[in-house]
Design a protein around this ligand. Structure first.
Ligand code: PGA
Length: 248
């Protein structure tokens, strides 16, 4: 399975800067088709990103998805709507949503299920805080978060994309070492293997200060199938360097 390099733009950009970023990515992509590429702009820009990328080998995703399909849920965006405007992925359960929006393991599982039910591939984020790592709870936390998702999606486990994002590494410049990341990815892989007959279909991305300098080593780990990139995905040259690192 090809690696997946995904950009999580978070709440950044505007119409002009997005157009520039996407044009730069598209211009640099020829010859770099050994990995899949995804960008996840803020929801108001998803449709225009799809338009800008028409015919290009770059998928577009949302950064969140509602559990609901439609109705009186002010501020929410459904998987059906994402699909309607041409998105094919959605980040689900990012630690910033767990932290600032109170998203629980159970809700994250329901969101993953809602996405899958409507043709959107969820990129489900799991990962421990610094306090949890220091308390030796990393594996337990990640397993608990993943168990809720596996429970919610039932027989669709093999359709998930997962992202291991240690919270202490996100936006901090403090990356997990390739060995630290691989160790947790192996735990995740084992849990997936126990839940589906097709564990090889599940891509497990690493996220948390992945950048142009460290991507090669991280992506060389046997159970790291790509990256979910925040800050470095906003810079054309850095994002392309990471995509290049995912070719081999
Ligand atoms: P970062 O963000 O690359 O800026 O650390 C990753 C993420 O939060 O998905």
């Amino acid at each position: 399975m090809k690696k997946l390099i995904a950009g999580n733009w978070k709440m950044n950009g505007d119409s002009a800067s997005n157009a520039e970023l996407l044009a730069g990515i598209v211009a640099g992509l020829p010859g770099l088709d050994a990995c899949d590429v995804l960008v996840c702009p803020p929801s108001v820009y998803v449709a225009s990103a799809v338009t800008a990328l028409a015919g290009q080998p770059v998928a577009v995703g949302g950064q969140d998805v509602s559990v609901q399909v439609k109705g009186a849920y002010t501020g929410e965006v459904s998987a059906v709507m994402l699909r309607d405007v041409g998105a094919t992925y959605a980040i689900v359960g990012h630690s910033e949503r767990r932290q600032y929006h109170g998203e629980t393991d159970a809700l994250v599982g329901e969101k993953a299920q809602a996405a899958l039910a409507h043709g959107i591939t969820p990129v489900v984020c799991i990962g421990e805080t610094l306090a949890q790592r220091e308390a030796g709870e990393t594996n337990a936390v990640v397993k608990r978060q993943l168990a809720a998702v596996i429970h919610a999606v039932g027989h669709c486990v093999s359709e998930l994309v997962l992202a291991y994002e240690p919270v202490w590494a996100i936006g901090t410049g403090q990356t997990a070492t390739p060995e630290q990341a691989q160790a947790v990815h192996a735990v995740i892989r084992a849990q997936i293997a126990a839940a589906t007959e097709h564990p090889e279909r599940v891509r497990i991305l690493y996220g948390g200060s992945m950048n142009a300098a460290n991507a090669t080593q991280l992506l060389a780990q046997p159970d790291i199938d790509g990256g979910l990139i925040g800050g470095a995905s906003l810079k054309v040259a850095d994002f392309l360097t990471i995509i290049r690192a995912a070719q081999g």
